[in-house]
Design a protein around this ligand. Structure first.
Ligand code: ADP
Ligand code: MG
Ligand code: ZN
Length: 227
């Protein structure tokens, strides 16, 4: 993701329950901004494991608690709507698509108490520091993402995010082959060198026994980039 091309996003795309009208200027991340204790929560699992549903569930609970929320997703993920986070079960919340972790940080409003991030595995490694800074400023940061790529390898920056998190939840899908709990994302297309964003047409959930990383051949240029 070379440049930040998200400046034209309308502010109305943010999920907000505003306590006192106007949104503030750029975020002040000084300590003690909120009485809330800051923390990082991470939700990981394979595709179709319910990460997005769990993220949306937490956001909706926070909205019931009248907290101020902003939801983000990486700009690379435009499967459905660039300004919404949508689960495979079609549950959705409004979100802002951002190109980089730096852009995400810049967009966090001073009044925001909860920052939700979906598809966190598609962010640059700066997202780890951004999550840390937001939590240090008293905010609750909830990030959902794939813990493994299509080869079953740890998917940066999720391992680092899990390490700095106060709370990690690992959710599981149902294996498409045998029905057991599934922890891996099986890519169904053999020749897809670069980042391959997709849903049930390109991936299915598999358990450890049914997962076949070797089914996927390296692309001719030698790159073996992840989902
Ligand atoms: P994730 O964000 O982890 O990819 P979602 O939260 O978007 O997952 O979607 C989870 C939903 O996907 C489930 O509630 C279910 O309706 C649907 N689903 C489709 N295939 C599977 C599967 N193999 N195992 C579990 N849920 C599945
Ligand atoms: Mg998801
Ligand atoms: Zn299986």
């Amino acid at each position: 993701m070379a440049e930040d091309s998200d400046r034209d996003e309308p502010p109305s795309a943010m999920v907000t329950v505003e306590a006192d009208g106007e949104l503030g200027p750029a975020p002040s991340l000084s300590m003690g901004s909120f009485s809330m204790e800051g923390r990082v929560e991470v939700i990981v699992g394979s595709m179709f494991s319910g990460k997005t549903e769990e993220l949306i569930r937490r956001v909706k609970r926070a909205l019931f608690a009248r907290q101020t929320i902003q939801a983000f997703k990486p700009r690379i993920d435009n499967r459905y709507d660039a300004t919404r986070i949508v689960s495979h079960g079609e549950i959705a919340i409004d979100a802002v698509a951002v190109a980089t972790s730096e852009s995400l940080l810049k967009r966090v409003q001073e009044s925001t108490q909860v920052v939700a991030v979906d598809e966190a595995q598609f962010f640059d490694r700066g997202i780890v520091d951004v999550a840390d800074r937001l939590a240090n400023s008293g905010r609750r940061v909830i990030l959902a993402g794939l813990d493994q790529d299509y080869m079953g390898r740890p998917f940066p920056p999720m391992p680092e995010l899990m390490a700095i998190a106060e709370d990690v939840m690992k959710v599981r899908a149902v294996c498409s082959v045998c029905g057991a709990d599934a922890s891996r994302s099986q890519r169904l297309l053999p020749d897809a060198g670069t980042v391959l964003v997709g849903g049930a047409d390109k991936y299915e959930a598999r358990c450890r026994r049914c997962f076949r990383a070797r089914d996927v051949l390296p692309s001719p240029d030698g790159s073996d980039e992840t989902t």
